[in-house]
Every structure is written in structure tokens, then in C-alpha cells.
Write a protein that binds this ligand. Sequence first.
Ligand SMILES: CC(C)(COP(=O)(O)OP(=O)(O)OC[C@H]1O[C@@H](n2cnc3c(N)ncnc32)[C@H](O)[C@@H]1OP(=O)(O)O)[C@@H](O)C(=O)NCCC(=O)NCCS
Length: 252
Amino acid sequence: MIFYPQPELTSQHNALQAPQRADFILAEGSCDWFASDIIIYQCEFNPAHFVDALYEYYRIEIPDNICQSVIKRRAEFLAGRYCAGKALTQLGVSETSVAIGAHSAPLWPNAITGSISHCNCCALAAVSLNSGYRGIGIDIENKISDTTIDRLNKYVLCAAETKWLPIERDARASLFTLIFSLKESFFKAAFAMVGRYFDFDAVTVLEIDHSTGKIHYKVNGSLADSLPANTLLIGSFHFLPNNRVVTCVTLT
Ligand SMILES: CC(C)(COP(=O)(O)OP(=O)(O)OC[C@H]1O[C@@H](n2cnc3c(N)ncnc32)[C@H](O)[C@@H]1OP(=O)(O)O)[C@@H](O)C(=O)NCCC(=O)NCCS
């Protein structure tokens, strides 16, 4: 990851206290984990230093429904849009605002395909100008705890996937989190094509190749004309040092 300096402050932003300005975005930079035609921008942020004025400071519009949400949500939405703006700028796109579309999907500027994810104090956005991509999904997850795995297992994994789960606790959590994240990335990438919510049993993971960071998976039942049953797909993943995994799905 490359770290960039914080944006320069101008007199217009003096209403914000210096510690809040400096301490909300703690680290940031672009990441080259996946395909070279996808720009990924990530930031670590500190929700404790969030104030609403940061939206004005970063010139990011706050939608009405976000305005009324809890601080955690206002902070993560800002961090996600901040990353999206930075990623779009790196693509050379001057229109960097990303509104909320139908069913919470981000509304990207013309000709852009992209995706946003956040977990706790981290946010990231992936964008591409490749017109061959019909959907991009990105997802970041902290390693999921045992109790949550026990609760979610039957909704997230199909029988074949459950059989793979190792007994050893840490390995079990890593594999579960990876498959969960892949399915969330797939949902985000496929949502516009499918046009409705669909469950975790929509796809099954077939093979995970740790040497290449690729996951092979298939569509179970027909989801859309362009995603018929048994479509074989390949997603990408990258484990981060701090018990997090990032997955990325592109659909052509
Ligand atoms: C929508 C969903 C995938 C978001 O994932 P999450 O891990 O909860 O949260 P993340 O931080 O990773 O992602 C949130 C971002 O996803 C994006 N998103 C939300 N709904 C979306 C949709 N319908 N289509 C595309 N992207 C969407 C948004 O950008 C959102 O961030 P924002 O509101 O700040 O813009 C998840 O909440 C969900 O509903 N999952 C159930 C459906 C599913 O995953 N099925 C599995 C199919 S195999």
C-alpha cells in the first residue's frame, strides 16, 4: 500500500478542530492486489474523530438517510465515499461524487464500474473504466468469530462447503470468512444484473487456490440471462496481516 499525505487545509475548513481533521483518516493509499485495470483505494479511519463537518471538509455530499443514521454509519459512509473519490481521481475521472442508487447500490459516474466496502475502521473502493466489466464487487471482512460462524453457518455455506471447514479454530475462521466475503463480493457485483436480493446458496465455492489467490465458484440456479445455472466464475482474494481478508469479483 502507498501512503499519501493528508489533503491540504484551507481557511475554508478552519471551523473543524485540527485533531479531528488530522485524525479521521489515519492512513490511506492505493492497493495493487488484483487486476491492473481495477483501481483500489483503501483508508484506515478513526470513528471517534468523526464530526459531520468532515463531509464539507472532504466535499462529500451527505444523503438524507445517512444524515439521520448513527455516528458509526455516518463515519463509514464518509470513509467509503472518500476512498471512492480518491480511486476515481486516480482513474482520471473528474466527477467524483457517488450517490446512493436503488437498493443501496452506489451510483457510479458514467462509464465507471465499482464497489465499496467497509469494516470497523477500514474502508475501500474499487473502480474501473473497463467497459467489459458488467459488475465489480469488493468486500473486506475481519476474521469472523466462532460464535458468529456457528450462527451463520447454515445460511452462508452449502453442504459441500461446510465439509471443507477445518476443525482447527483459526483455520476454520479464515476459511469461513473468505467464503462469506467472496459471496458478499459476488452479491455486489451481480446485483445490478440480477435486479433482486438473493441468498448465499446462489453460488458454491469449488476450489480455493492459495498460491494464486483465486477462488473458483459456480452459479447454482439461474440468476439472470447472463448468469445462467452452472456458470463457472473466478474471484480473487488477499489476506491482510491484521486478520482481515479482501475479496474481489468481476463479472463480464
Ligand atoms: C449488501 C451487502 C452485500 C453489504 O455487505 P456488508 O458486508 O454488510 O457491508 P460492506 O461494508 O462490505 O458493504 C457495504 C456497501 O455495499 C454496497 N452495497 C449495498 N447494497 C448494494 C447492492 N444492492 N448492490 C451493490 N452494492 C451494494 C454499498 O456501497 C455499501 O456501502 P455504502 O452504503 O456506504 O455505500 C450485505 O449487507 C447483504 O445484504 N448481504 C446479503 C446478500 C448476500 O450477500 N447474498 C449472498 C449472495 S451469494
